[in-house]
Design a protein around this ligand. Structure first.
Ligand SMILES: Nc1ncnc2c1ncn2[C@@H]1O[C@H](COP(=O)(O)OP(=O)(O)OP(=O)(O)O)[C@@H](O)[C@H]1O
Ligand SMILES: [Mg+2]
Length: 203
């Protein structure tokens, strides 16, 4: 599902952030990408999802070349960036409805899909509260729901459990395991904590 060939990123002509990376992530895998601050996790996710161009090498997602087939690739992937922007004045439900319209989901289906996602990430009771009142854990769960709107086959999550307490981490793990085991979604997740990755990937 995710394949890289000699992927490399050099910033400012002289700083090698990612060296010759060859990854192979299978369908239905949960792949934990571990490394300390500055190791190149975010740089890698940005290259894998086509947000930045690699200096060398290439990325193939679900058989598609990310550089030459960017628009098609977008239909198959969902991405939760390291610092995801939220429209604070919207309620959780409005936020998901808004992104559903961006993805071209028909008006009739938007409400149904939004309710389904809110339930999956356990936010149905907070659906009509504005995001500025959401805790960090609630925001991360809403962010994960947003990545799933168009039913992607692969999702990329950049440190989704960062700053969460043990319960918040467990909530995210539960959602990810459900997605993987029940829906067959391939998951690429980064963290700087071995324990986080271990629990999710070995479950
Ligand atoms: N746009 C950029 N221009 C120049 N250097 C950059 C840029 N983005 C990242 N870097 C450098 O590349 C290296 C890898 O950064 P990156 O953000 O990918 O690491 P990370 O593993 O995600 O770190 P963290 O755990 O802190 O999020 C760092 O040394 C960083 O300073
Ligand atoms: Mg990072």
């Amino acid at each position: 599902m995710i394949k890289t060939e000699n992927l490399k990123k050099i910033y400012n002509h002289d700083f090698e952030a990612v060296k010759q990376m060859n990854l192979n992530v299978g369908k239905g895998d949960i792949y934990g990408f571990l490394g300390p601050n500055g190791a190149g996790k975010t740089t890698t996710i940005r290259m894998l999802t086509g947000l930045i161009e690699p200096t060398e090498g290439r990325v193939i997602l679900n058989g598609l070349d990310v550089r030459s087939e960017k628009q098609e690739v977008k239909k198959h992937i969902g991405v939760l960036p390291e610092s995801n922007g939220y429209y604070e004045w919207m309620t959780g439900k409005e936020y998901l409805l808004f992104f559903s319209s961006l993805y071209g989901i028909t008006k009739k289906k938007r409400a149904e899909r939004t309710d389904e996602l809110l339930e999956m990430v356990d936010l149905q009771e907070k659906a009509n509260i504005r995001i500025h009142q959401y805790s960090r854990g609630m925001r991360q769960r809403l962010g994960i729901a947003r990545t799933l709107i168009h039913e992607p086959r692969i999702i990329f999550l950049d440190e989704p459990t960062l700053g969460l307490d043990p319960q918040g981490q467990k909530d995210i793990e539960k959602i990810l395991l459900h997605l993987n085991k029940e829906k067959g979604v391939t998951i690429f997740i980064t963290s700087h904590l071995l324990k986080d990755i271990e629990r999710i990937c070995i479950a």
